[in-house]
Design a protein around this ligand. Sequence first.
Ligand SMILES: [Zn+2]
Ligand SMILES: [Zn+2]
Length: 349
Amino acid sequence: MTSIQDHPGTYDHGGGVRSLRVPIPDNPLGFTLVYVVDTDRGPVLIDTGWDDPTSWDALTAGLTACGTSVAELHGVVITHHHPDHHGLSGTVREASGAWVAMHAADASIVRRTRETRPERWYTYMADKLAAAGAPEEHLAPLRTPPTRRRTLPGLAPALPDREITPGELLDLPGRRLRAIWTPGHTPGHVCLHLEEEHPGGLPGHGRLFSGDHVLPEITPHIGLYEDPDDATVTDPLGDYLDSLERVGRLAPAEILPAHQHPFTDAPSRVRELLTHHEARLTDLLALLSSPLTAWQLAERMEWNRPWAQIPYGSRNIAVSEAEAHLRRLVKLGRAEAVAGSGPVTYVAV
Ligand SMILES: [Zn+2]
Ligand SMILES: [Zn+2]
């Protein structure tokens, strides 16, 4: 039997759904799986890929291999605002006139990213990391940021022109594709449920385009929803766990994720992920037998390599993940902030 791994370019999943591999430069994930869903008005993409000339070439070549072209595209449905998913949306829209749809919560992040000057971000990040207990040598580069960062991709993402309404069918003539709001990885992440019988007759309920919410072999990053203009105390890990259960209940016959490869038996993958996070929270509670800042907790948590080898940018992501876990533990009443501590420390209760 052939599988998607044997097809480095495009793959036909049957039932008018194909996928393209759009590379993510210098990233261990390797590629984004961009799905092409046929509709009566032309193909619609689920995500677009990283904004880079190589990625654009892969996308256009892939569409040609599918017997279509960028110009034929009717629309673009975005699972979430991250640059490996939404990066090429503006270029696709320019080349095709296709609409771009996104959940309102992620659309507001896009709007804010476009309006916020990079310097404001560095100040915000430096203050936040200082409050989390980051050492001065970690904060220094943020206090004097290089000016050339302006050229980084993802600073001017495309504003979507349509809003994805949770629970509703998208306006795709001839298809039944329903938006399932799955916040956690981002506040406006959506999975897209293709409510049509599985073309291979697999048991279960249709197919689910899962974005980064459920992946076969890795757990998505769950950090805080960073927003310099919003002081709401959110609980992204709690949102994520609730969203996972939502996907488990849907019991799709097959999951079509945005990275790695499609897989079946969604409920057991969901159980694995829930168990993983429960075990992690238990490990963190053990670490919190004495008070720790979010930074100190991140240093002591288990990562894919020792803390000393984790590069600068990944440390920021790790601290954000530690904070998301602390938020969850506090919300569950299993940990609390130590009164009068600064930077604030947390302890198990
Ligand atoms: Zn993502
Ligand atoms: Zn991704």
